[in-house]
Design a binder for this molecule. Structure first.
Ligand code: UDP
Ligand code: MG
Length: 316
C-alpha cells in the first residue's frame, strides 16, 4: 500500500525541514508493515525560502513531490493541488506547521486497515483562547442546523482518505471549495479519534478574525440555498406584520381621526426594514457572486515549479 502525505505550505521555512524529518520517521516505522510513503508538498506562493527548501528535500529524498504556485491561492487550492498530485492508495492530509502530530499517522493507517474510508483526527480545544472556543461552538451549532452535511467542531483538515474518497472529492470541480464540507458530503464509512492540540511553535497562524469570519460564511453558503429560503421566510413574516399594522393604523384613523404623526414609529420602521433588505440583498448577492466565479471557470491555481513530470509538461 502506498500512503501519500499531502501538506500545503505557506511561508513555512521555519518548520518544513523538521516536518519532513518527522514524517520520514513515520515512513520508516510503517515500512516494515508493508506501507510505502510519498510526500506531496504544495508551496502556496510562499514569500520566504519554502520553495528552495522543498527543492532541497526533493534532491535528497526521491519520495518528495513538490508543486509550487505562481502566487498565494489559499489553502483550499493548495489542498486540491496536493490531492491531484497524490498517487497513494490512501492520502493523509495535514498541515506543515507541526500542529498535526505526525505520530498519529500510524493510528490512522490502523483504522484504515479496519476498513474505514475516512479517518478524522479531532483536536481537543484545550489551550485555545476561550472566546475562540466559544465562537466555534456557537458557529457549529448554527451551521449544522442550516447545512445538509454534518460538520464536527475540532475536526480540521488532518485526516486520512481512501483512494475512492480522494477520487470522489477530485470529481467535485466547484471553484468555491470548502473542503471540510466536501469531505463530509462525499461520505463513505468514517471514524473519528481525538488528539491533544499542539500549540504552534513557529511563525503565526495566518487566520485573522476577518478570514475566520469569511471562512464561516463560506461554510454556511456553500452547501444549499437555505439562507435564501430563510430570507424569503423573514420577508413574508415582515410583510404580514406590516399588513396587520397598516390595518390597525388605518382603522384607528377612521375611528379617531388622524392623531399626531408618529415620527418615532416611522423612523424605526424605515431603518429596520432598510437593514433587513440590505441583509437579504447581501444573501442574494453572495449566491450570485458564487455563480459568477463558477461560470468563469478559471483554474484553481497556476503552477510555477514542480518536480512532477506530468505537471511540468503543463507549465512549459
Ligand atoms: N496555508 C496555505 N495557504 C495559505 C494559508 C495557509 O497553504 O494561504 C497552509 C499553512 O502552511 C499550513 C496550513 O495551511 O500548513 C494551516 O495554516 P495555519 O497554520 O496558518 O492555520 P491554522 O493552523 O491556524 O488553522
Ligand atoms: Mg496551523
Amino acid at each position: 500500500m502506498l500512503i501519500s502525505i499531502v501538506a500545503p505550505c505557506y511561508n513555512e521555512e521555519d518548520v518544513i525541514e523538521r516536518f519532513h524529518a518527522a514524517v520520514q520517521k513515520v515512513a520508516d516505522d510503517l515500512l516494515p508493515l508493508g506501507h510505502d510513503m510519498e510526500f506531496v508538498y504544495v508551496d502556496d506562493g510562499s514569500r520566504d525560502r519554502t520553495l528552495t527548501l522543498l527543492e532541497q528535500l526533493a534532491e535528497h529524498d526521491p519520495r518528495v513531490r513538490y508543486v509550487s504556485f505562481s502566487r498565494n491561492f489559499g489553502k483550499e487550492a493548495a489542498l486540491l493541488a496536493g490531492l491531484r498530485h497524490a498517487s497513494g492508495d490512501s492520502v493523509v492530509v495535514m498541515d506543515a506547521d507541526l500542529q498535526h502530530p505526525p505520530e498519529l499517522i500510524g493510528r490512522m493507517v490502523e483504522l484504515r486497515d479496519e476498513g474505514y474510508d475516512q479517518v478524522l483526527a479531532r483536536r481537543s480545544r484545550r489551550g485555545d483562547r476561550f472566546t475562540r472556543t466559544l465562537t466555534a461552538r456557537l458557529y457549529y451549532r448554527l451551521v449544522n442546523r442550516l447545512v445538509d452535511v454534518e460538520l464536527v467542531d475540532g475536526v480540521g483538515d488532518f485526516r486520512l482518505l481512501s483512494r475512492r474518497v480522494v477520487d470522489a472529492v477530485l470529481g467535485l470541480t466547484e471553484y468555491n471549495r470548502f473542503s471540510k464540507g466536501l469531505f463530509a458530503w462525499v461520505g463513505f464509512p468514517s471514524t473519528t479519534f481525538e488528539y491533544e492540540n499542539a500549540v504552534r511553535e513557529h511563525g503565526s497562524s495566518s487566520w485573522s478574525l476577518k478570514s475566520l469570519l469569511n471562512y464561516g460564511l463560506d461554510g454556511l453558503l456553500s452547501f444549499n440555498n437555505r439562507p435564501l429560503r430563510a430570507a424569503l421566510h423573514l420577508g413574508m413574516v415582515l410583510l404580514t406584520c406590516a399588513g396587520l399594522y397598516t390595518a390597525w393604523i388605518v382603522g384607528a384613523a377612521l375611528v379617531n381621526g388622524v392623531e399626531t404623526p408618529g415620527y418615532v414609529t416611522i423612523i424605526t420602521v424605515v431603518t429596520a426594514l432598510a437593514g433587513v433588505q440590505m441583509v437579504m440583498l447581501g444573501v442574494v448577492g453572495e449566491y450570485t457572486g458564487r455563480i459568477y466565479y463558477e461560470v468563469k471557470g478559471r483554474p484553481h491555481f497556476l503552477v510555477k515549479a514542480t518536480n512532477v513530470e506530468r505537471t511540468k509538461d503543463l507549465i512549459r
